[in-house]
Design a protein around this ligand. Structure first.
Ligand SMILES: Nc1ncnc2c1ncn2[C@@H]1O[C@H](COP(=O)(O)OP(=O)(O)OP(=O)(O)O)[C@@H](O)[C@H]1O
Length: 454
C-alpha cells in the first residue's frame, strides 16, 4: 500500500520541524507551512491526501475561528480531503464543533507521539478505503449494465468471418490498440466485446462510450472528467470514462466523431498513460486497452484534415475490417436461423422454419442495415406470422435501396409508383427480380403496374 502525502499547517515552526521528523517514515511526502494563506493553492494542486491543521494562528487569538474558516475553505476546494485538527488542551468544545463541520478527527496539544501517529494513519487508511469503495461502486454499476445487455453469440459461417474471428482471438491476448471498421450494423460492438472477453482484462470492465451520442460540448468532460467548479454545470467532481476504464478496456464507438480540438488530448492520454480532468492540474495515471470502431473512412478524414494522422496511427495498431453482410451469404442464412430461434422463444411461438425459397430471398437482399436489419426483419416476421414454414412473402424489407433517395417526395402512391419504375429500371424489367427486391409477390407487382399504367 502506498503511503500518503501529508500537509501540516501550524504557525509554530518548531512544532512543524518536530512533526516532520516524527512522521517521516509514515508518509511518502510531508509538506509543512506556517502561513495558512498558502493552503488554497496547495490544496488545489491535488497533491495531498490529508491535512493536519492548527486551529489558532494569530498569536493571542484562541477562539479557533481561523481554524474553522480554513477547514471550510479546504472542504470547498476538495470535498474529499481529510482534515485532522490540532487544538489546544481544553478546547474540546471547539473540536466537537469542527467534527460537526466535517473534520475527520482532532489531536490535543501537547500531543502524545503514538496517539498522533495512529490518528493520522487511521484517517489516511479510512480515506483510502472510501476511495476503493467509490471505485468498486463504479465498477459494479458498469458490470451490472454489461450483464443486463442482451447476450448474443457471434455467428460466423462464412470463410471471411471465420478468418476474422481467428484474428480476433489472437489479437485479444495482446494489449494492442484495435480499430474495428465496417458499415452500420455489421457487428463492430459485438467484435469489441469478443476482444475484451478473450483478453487478459476479461475480469475487469469494458467501458463503452458511444461518441455518436455525446453533445459536442460534453466530450471533454465525458472522456477526461472534471473537477467541481471547472465550468458552470460542474457541481461536483466527475471521473471521466478513460479513468473509469482503468485496469480494463475502453471502447470508443464512432471514434470519427471525436472533435478535432480534442484529438491531441486523447493522443497525449494514450501516449503518456495519464489523464488530466478539466479544471485540475493533477494528472491521473490510467492503464487501458483501447478499442475503437467507426463506419467512417478515417484515411479520407485524415486527407480532409478532420482526423489527425498521428492519432489514427496510434489507435489502429491492429485493424479489423468487418465485411458487409451481403458479401457473406453463408452468414445471412445462419444468422437468420439463429435469430428465428431466439425470437420464437421470446414471443412464445411454436418453432418456425424458413423454406428454401425464403432463404433465397434473404440471401439475395443487399441488407443495407446489415445484421441489425436482418435481426429486426426476423423479429418482425416472427411477431406477424402464424405459420410454421416461412416463405418469401413472410419477409418484408425496408423499401430503401441505394441511389433511390429522390423517391421520397410526393404522396405515398406517387412514391410507390416511382419506386416501382426505379426497380424495373434496375432489374432490366425482370418482374420476378423486381417483385422480390420490393418485398411483394409478382402478382401484386403486376396489379400495381396495371393500376399505374406502367
Ligand atoms: N455475427 C453475428 N452473429 C450474431 N449476431 C450479430 C452478428 N453480428 C452482429 N450481430 C447483432 O447485430 C446487431 C448489431 O451489431 P452491433 O451493434 O455490434 O453492430 P455495429 O457495427 O456496432 O453497429 P453500429 O455501426 O450501428 O454501431 C446486434 O444485435 C448484434 O448482436
Amino acid at each position: 500500500m502506498t503511503k500518503g502525502k501529508l500537509l501540516i499547517v501550524d504557525d509554530n515552526k518548531s512544532i512543524l520541524s518536530a512533526l516532520e521528523i516524527l512522521l517521516q517514515d509514515d508518509f511518502d511526502e510531508i509538506k509543512t507551512i506556517a502561513n495558512p494563506n498558502l493552503l488554497p493553492s496547495l490544496i488545489e494542486s491535488g497533491n495531498y491526501d490529508l491535512v493536519l491543521l492548527d486551529m489558532n494562528f494569530s498569536a493571542g487569538v484562541n477562539t479557533g475561528n481561523e481554524g474553522l474558516y480554513w477547514l471550510s475553505r479546504i472542504q470547498e476546494l476538495r470535498p474529499d480531503m481529510e482534515v485532522v485538527l490540532f487544538t489546544a488542551y481544553g478546547d474540546v468544545e471547539l473540536a466537537v464543533k469542527a467534527l460537526k463541520k466535517g473534520a475527520s478527527d482532532f489531536i490535543l496539544k501537547p500531543w502524545d507521539n503514538d496517539k498522533l501517529r495512529t490518528t493520522l494513519l487511521n484517517v489516511y487508511k479510512l480515506q483510502q478505503s472510501k476511495k476503493e469503495i467509490k471505485q468498486l461502486k463504479r465498477k459494479e454499476s458498469a458490470l451490472k449494465s454489461e450483464i443486463n445487455k442482451d447476450r448474443y453469440f457471434i455467428i460466423a459461417q462464412s470463410p471471411q468471418m471465420r478468418e476474422l474471428l481467428a484474428l480476433v482471438r489472437k489479437v485479444a491476448q495482446t494489449d494492442a490498440n484495435v480499430l474495428i471498421t465496417g458499415d452500420n450494423g455489421t457487428g463492430k460492438e459485438l467484435i469489441a466485446r469478443e476482444l475484451h472477453r478473450h483478453s487478459k482484462r476479461a475480469g475487469e470492465i469494458m467501458v463503452d462510450v458511444d461518441m455518436g451520442a455525446i453533445a459536442e460540448t460534453l466530450f471533454e468532460s465525458e472522456l477526461f472528467g472534471h473537477k467541481k467548479g471547472a465550468f458552470t454545470d460542474a457541481r461536483e467532481d466527475r471521473t471521466g470514462k478513460i479513468e473509469n476504464a482503468s485496469g480494463g478496456t475502453l471502447f470508443l464507438d464512432e471514434i470519427g466523431n471525436l472533435p478535432v480540438h480534442l484529438q491531441p488530448k486523447l493522443l497525449a492520454a494514450l501516449q503518456n498513460r495519464e489523464v488530466t480532468p478539466i479544471g485540475s492540474n493533477k494528472t491521473v495515471p490510467v492503464d487501458i486497452r483501447l478499442i475503437c470502431a467507426t463506419n467512417r473512412n478515417l484515411d479520407e478524414m485524415v486527407a480532409d484534415g478532420a482526423f489527425r494522422e498521428d492519432l489514427l496511427y496510434r489507435i489502429n495498431t491492429i485493424h479489423i475490417e468487418i465485411p458487409p453482410l451481403r458479401e457473406r451469404k453463408e452468414d445471412i442464412v445462419a444468422i437468420a436461423g439463429y435469430f428465428l430461434k431466439i425470437y420464437c422463444n421470446k414471443y412464445r411461438k411454436t418453432e418456425m422454419h424458413i423454406t428454401e425459397a425464403g432463404l433465397q430471398k434473404l440471401a439475395n437482399y443487399p441488407w443495407p442495415g446489415n445484421v441489425r436489419e436482418l435481426q429486426h426483419t426476423i423479429e418482425k416476421t416472427v411477431i406477424l406470422s402464424d405459420k410454421k414454414e416461412l416463405t418469401p412473402d413472410d419477409f418484408f424489407f425496408k423499401p430503401v435501396m441505394p441511389g433511390l433517395g429522390d423517391i421520397f417526395d410526393g404522396t405515398i402512391e406517387e412514391m410507390e409508383q416511382k419506386m416501382i419504375v426505379k426497380m424495373l429500371q434496375k432489374t432490366g424489367s425482370n418482374l420476378s427480380a423486381a417483385a422480390e427486391q420490393l418485398g411483394i409477390t409478382r402478382q401484386t407487382l403486376y396489379n400495381k403496374m396495371k393500376k399505374y399504367n406502367l
